[in-house]
Design a protein around this ligand. Structure first.
Ligand SMILES: [Zn+2]
Length: 287
């Protein structure tokens, strides 16, 4: 078995460190943050923007906190203005995935998602669902993670052979050590998706927690049957772009009707980070 990903103690420390900041996080200025926010039990609050300072060993000052909160997909060059991982990191996400990636034996990816109640929020950068209870799990081989939230990007952030699907879904998980594992699912146009229909019917119309919709849905219905995946070590795809994220992008897309895809894209707007250099990393395609 190959062990993929190197989510190390640094990320765990960052997550612990920014917990203290969660209460002071400005409302609604959430980073999608790939679970960093949800890790503190405040899923709709993007306390992840406390991370850049913590990542450099300094205390997270209110100024740094505020700076990192105000980022835009339209000005990605500015993400790294503090020389944080967004600009200086060499294991950043997303990346281009090649269908000719080396095929390797990787641990089985086994999402054990149960029907969930939770809050569906427009956090200003994405639409994000955070379950009210930690009942859904992901195991990757022997490693177990809790599902902390899922959210969308449009167009897809990871490209496959340099082409982007219209939407990408990110299931964000965290283990007991605070390490993150994300399962990426592409969405293509095709048959209507009932689980997405439930979500779209509850789509929050305005930004912020106060406008969250309370939804019950089965996230397993948002997974393809084929769990073949691309595995690599990467990062959050939003500031502060913290590395140590274990990425698992499913090769097979799920389908949504053209109307559903259009509704998602309209709600999301442009919400994708540019593809990042692979550098010394290897992406593996699981057997
Ligand atoms: Zn994401």
């Amino acid at each position: 078995m190959m062990r993929i990903g190197s989510a190390g103690p640094v990320l765990a420390v960052i997550l612990a460190a920014c917990g203290a900041q969660a209460a002071s996080t400005p409302h609604g200025e959430a980073s999608d943050a790939h679970g960093a926010a949800a890790a503190h039990g405040a899923p709709a609050h993007g306390d992840a923007h406390a991370q850049p300072a913590a990542a450099h060993g300094a205390s997270a000052s209110p100024a740094a906190h505020g700076d990192a909160a105000h980022w835009s997909y339209n000005d990605q060059a500015a993400w790294g203005h503090n020389a944080d991982a967004c600009s200086a990191g060499v294991e950043q996400s997303p990346v281009n995935l090649s269908s000719a990636a080396p095929v390797a034996e990787v641990p089985d990816l086994n999402p054990r998602y149960l029907p969930l109640e939770g809050a569906f929020v427009n956090n200003g950068h994405t639409l994000q669902f955070a379950p009210a209870a930690n009942t859904s799990m992901l195991t990757i081989g022997a490693d177990a993670y809790n599902l902390v939230q899922f959210h969308f990007h449009s167009p897809a952030e990871h490209t496959l052979d340099r082409r982007a699907y219209p939407v990408e879904l990110h299931f964000v998980h965290r283990n007991s050590a605070g390490q993150l594992a994300v399962v990426g699912v592409f969405i293509e146009e095709g048959a209507e998706n009932p689980a997405l229909a439930a979500l779209l019917a509850a789509k929050p119309q305005a930004e912020g927690d106060a406008n969250a919709s309370h939804v019950t849905l089965d996230p397993a219905a948002l997974l393809p049957g084929d769990r073949t995946y691309f595995a690599y070590a990467g990062s959050l795809t939003t500031p502060p772009c913290s590395q140590g994220v274990r990425w698992n992008v499913l090769r097979t897309p799920i389908q949504a009707s053209p109307e559903q895809v259009a509704a998602l894209r309209e709600a999301l707007g442009a919400s994708s980070r540019h593809v990042q250099a692979l550098n010394q990393r290897t992406v593996l395609l699981g057997l």
